[in-house]
Design a protein around this ligand. Structure first.
Ligand code: C2E
Ligand code: MG
Ligand code: MG
Ligand code: MG
Length: 287
């Protein structure tokens, strides 16, 4: 929190706050000069079906290396793009690139793509996305858009309109980072949700925290009853994988299986080991 300095009549920031502000300004400035087409890249992290030991999808994760300020984390440049009114353009560029990646994979391997809160509030978003997808030749049935609870509660009615329109196009909707927001289970039946991604913070405590274990068990049980696919994020160890499987999570993602990969590596993996029934679920680290 900035403190009001009454004598100086202005706001005083701590050194840490000042550093953060300076960084945010530098990111905003660099973003204004950025060539999205050239500077934005995607990495792709596999989503594993733990029962069948195969890759069912890849999640596209945005990467930006700015010639001016170097590597910027996606959370920072997505926020900056939202503030600068550039997120619509950025999402379009990223979606085109993600679909070009997916076009290299076998049909059975799906694409998970993250949307920002601003995207789902745009009345024309679904129509824009439909046009980009049509032009890519990738079937909408292979695509899931990830949205967060925080994005939904900002404007529930607008979010519902967009998600309903996506659903009508045959695109799946995944609720990302489940458990970090309000986690109102009512979203699950008030919105067309097909998948629920249990946040990494649960996965990381699952072996040590019995309450965490109970939550994951009941959430995955509820998902099964409702026909929703439950994906555990951030799986880093074999012990976590085994326990999550026992608690009813079938789909998993995390460094234990693979870090996010450059497009060419993801394509090679999708074609070589995308089939169900692989002997070892550790798709990359074991290779
Ligand atoms: P997210 O969608 O929840 O993505 C998961 C994040 O966890 C990614 O971080 C991923 O690299 C990281 N991760 C995956 N497995 C593990 C693991 O086992 N352990 C740990 N410690 N981390 C793991 P990343 O790539 O830095 O992305 C951060 C966030 O930025 C994403 O969270 C998403 O909200 C946002 N983001 C990324 N790409 C895009 C995009 O194209 N569009 C939008 N709107 N947001 C994006
Ligand atoms: Mg995500
Ligand atoms: Mg997530
Ligand atoms: Mg997360």
């Amino acid at each position: 929190e900035a403190k009001l300095d009454r004598r100086a009549g202005c706001m005083r920031f701590s050194p840490a706050q000042e550093a953060r502000l300076r960084r945010a300004n530098a990111v905003a400035q660099a973003l204004r000069n950025a060539d999205f087409q050239r500077e934005l890249r995607l990495e792709f992290q596999p989503v594993i079906d733990a029962d069948r030991n195969g890759i069912i999808a890849f999640e596209a994760l945005a990467r930006w290396y700015s010639p001016e300020i170097g590597r910027v984390s996606p959370v920072d440049f997505i926020t900056a793009a939202e503030n600068a009114g550039l997120i619509g353009l950025m999402t379009d560029v990223l979606l085109v690139k993600a679909l070009a990646g997916a076009a290299q994979w076998p049909e059975r391997v799906h694409l998970y793509f993250n949307l920002s809160a601003h995207d789902i509030m745009m009345p024309d978003f679904a129509a824009r996305a439909a046009e980009i997808i049509r032009a890519s030749g990738v079937s909408p049935a292979r695509i899931a858009f990830e949205v967060t609870e925080t994005a939904i509660i900002r404007d529930f009615a607008a979010a519902k309109d967009t998600l309903d329109a996506l659903k009508a196009l045959g695109i799946a909707v995944a609720l990302d980072d489940f458990g970090t927001g309000f986690s109102s289970l009512s979203y699950i039946h008030r919105l067309p949700i097909d998948k629920l991604k249990i946040d990494r913070s649960f996965t990381s405590e699952i072996l040590t925290n019995p309450a965490c274990r109970d939550i994951v068990r009941s959430v995955s049980g509820l998902c099964r009853k409702l026909g929703i696919d439950c994906v555990a994020e951030g799986v880093e160890t074999q012990a976590q994988m085994v326990l999550l499987g026992r608690l009813g999570c079938r789909s998993m993602q995390g460094y234990f299986f693979s870090r996010p990969l450059p497009a060419e590596e993801a394509a090679a993996l999708a074609c070589a080991r995308g089939a169900a029934g692989d002997a070892d679920a550790r798709v990359v680290s074991a290779a």
